[in-house]
Design a protein around this ligand. Sequence first.
Ligand code: GAF
Length: 373
Amino acid sequence: MTAVARLPEGSYDAVWASPGRVNLIGEHTDYNDGFVLPFALPHSTVVAATRRDRPEWTVWSETTGETVRFGAGERVEGWAAYVAGIVWVLREAGHDVPGADLKVTSDVPLGAGLSSSAAIECAAMAALVDLAGADLPMQLRPRLAQRAENEYVGAPTGIMDQAASTLCRAGHALFLDCRSLATEHVPFDLAADGLAMLVVDSKAPHAHVSGEYAARRRSCEEAAKILGVAALRDVDVDGLPDALAKLDDEVMRKRVRHVVTEDQRVLDTVAALRAGDVRAVGPLMTASHESMRDDYEITVPQVDTAVRVALEHGAYGARMTGGGFGGCVLALVDEEHCDGVAAAVRAAFAANGFPPPDTFVVAPGEGTRDVSG
Ligand code: GAF
């Protein structure tokens, strides 16, 4: 991808890139202290920083063409809040972040559920930490970036996206325990098995996303309280029937069933990958999609269509990835069937009167990295 090449000419004190992500499996489990298995996209956001003498930050975005200036403690709205939130959280954590000019370029698709916000947060954090000469290990950064998103930007997200953007490794998926933050880089080499991961960006308009996300989160937290556990992570699949019997509300029961079974699907997926059986991941992906559609109720007709058509055309499995209400679908396909599946999905979108989707193939990319050289 060409984000680095597009940086305006000039010399910079620090240049860092952070990727967007897709989540192979484990949706809406992160804020339940559960398990996720994302991998990094080849698409990334690059932040190039030049130190300034005054405690003032200027951020230019190639995407919007805008420049936003802010001082320490100032409230910023819109896209620049992701950068201002990082300045805020680093200073809150006691790091002496110097003033800076920051130039932001990105080829992470926006509004597609591919974590463009975590990409800008994590690249801004890396560039500012570098300028500050601070000793802030990569493992500790996701929590801080999540705090910026929760408390400064005001989105009640979990930690998956910031962890993926910071910690992923090329050729691997990131198995993350969202409670302990323990990680395992699980080899995920699709090409070696003649496989490909097709991404379908449904282009469905994201309606009511933040309200619905917060409502799902609230429902899980209330259920955990009723069940007397710290988080839904503490209910395992064997205990699920008993747990469901304690809940009166049918909607809450469905939410709990999704989260508990999804955690198990992540564990089963990791086991399949460790055993080198990538094709076995397919049915787990499809089961995850069905659970998001029927129990968590976060899919829309466009993504359901993409999943159905991909499966009808030979995909081993397919699922929506990300927070939901639109966004992208992943389909695990034989490399040689990839174009055919993509064409079938495009035809089905046209037949249903949906705007055309974008389709592209991804392989697991690298997390946050220094691209100054
Ligand atoms: C969004 C959130 F930002 C993540 O924290 C996660 O909850 C995801 O939705 C759903 O799995 O990407």
